[in-house]
Ligand binder design. Structure first.
Ligand code: HEC
Length: 274
């Protein structure tokens, strides 16, 4: 019992050396394991937190004399360190799955795998086909949310586009009026990176390369002169003839809903503030 009284306890010098030695060893281990990948970010974090807890315990128990303190105080401190480690673990694990931390996280791997396409596939999708145009139309009216701004028929008169400045592009405008242009590559760039300073966002994170090319082809079926030479494009004309429903005007009931409405409202609020 004499060890556990509440009076001031004089910590033997040997304990200080023991603590110092322990801390140096654990620091060396910390640095060592930082070069080592335990297989997942959660495992790396758990190891780091375990070592940090051991170091904190050493300091508290021997350097600060907790070892000779009451059982209640010891228990409280140990629980505090443990909870702190668990807290850091969850904060770290959560941060690691956010987009800003893209490099090296599982999340980024999954995302880039979903967006990956081989060069040969891209080359194939660069050519218009009835399937791609149909897929593009489906995305345009549905999940892509394009119609909310550009209108079901692509005239730039969607419900969410009214307050935007500049207005959403009317796809029936002649090629020369377009900001980025109407070639397959130009529209692909627009869909990938957006147009700075306008309501047109980049869709690299939301749509796969194939989806972006499908949308590109669908939109080019609406443009009067997609090649920028004042003439109709024969390829698109024949696709439209085959599938005569493609490109027709959708009813108000097929107005798409989803995230891009929030985006448009955001944009409208920004415009209001100006
Ligand atoms: C929040 C409203 C909004 C949404 C949603 C939206 N756009 Fe746009 N888009 C715009 C605006 C505004 C412009 C005009 C930019 C300009 O004039 O430079 C534009 C321009 C364009 C252009 C023409 C670029 C040029 O060179 O002039 C294309 C193509 C386009 N959008 C395609 C799409 C597609 C495909 C989608 C869906 C995946 C989409 N947009 C979704 C607002 C939107």
């Amino acid at each position: 019992m004499s060890d556990k009284h509440d009076n001031h306890h004089i910590v033997p010098l040997s304990y200080y050396y023991f603590t110092l030695g322990g801390l140096l060893v654990l620091t060396a281990i910390t640095v060592g394991v930082s070069y080592f990948n335990f297989g997942s970010m959660a495992a790396n974090l758990a190891v780091a937190m375990a070592i940090a807890s051991a170091k904190a315990s050493l300091v508290l128990f021997f350097f600060m004399g907790l070892r000779w303190d009451s059982a209640l105080n010891r228990g409280t401190m140990v629980a505090t360190i443990a909870f702190l480690a668990v807290f850091f673990f969850f904060v770290g694990a959560d941060l690691g799955y956010r987009e800003e931390w893209e490099s090296g996280t599982k999340y980024a791997e999954v995302k880039s795998a979903a967006a990956a396409a081989s060069m040969a596939e891209i080359k194939e999708w660069e050519r218009p086909s009835p399937d791609l145009v149909a897929k593009g139309k489906e995305l345009y009216l549905g999940a892509g949310g394009c119609a909310t701004c550009h209108g079901n028929a692509g005239k730039g008169d969607g419900i969410a586009g009214g307050a935007l400045n500049p207005k959403p592009r009317n796809f029936e405008d002649n090629s020369s009026a377009w900001t980025n242009g109407t070639s397959v590559q130009s529209i692909y760039v627009t869909l990938t990176s957006g147009i700075k300073g306008t309501g047109m966002a980049g869709y690299q994170a939301m749509l796969s390369p194939k989806d972006r090319l499908a949308l590109t082809h669908f939109i080019r079926t609406i443009i009067p002169d997609p090649q920028g030479n004042g003439k109709v494009d024969a390829q698109y004309a024949s696709i439209l003839k085959d599938k005569d429903s493609i490109g027709e005007e959708g009813g108000a009931s097929s107005q798409s809903k989803g995230i891009p409405i929030d985006l448009a409202i955001d944009q409208m609020l920004k415009e209001k503030k100006k």
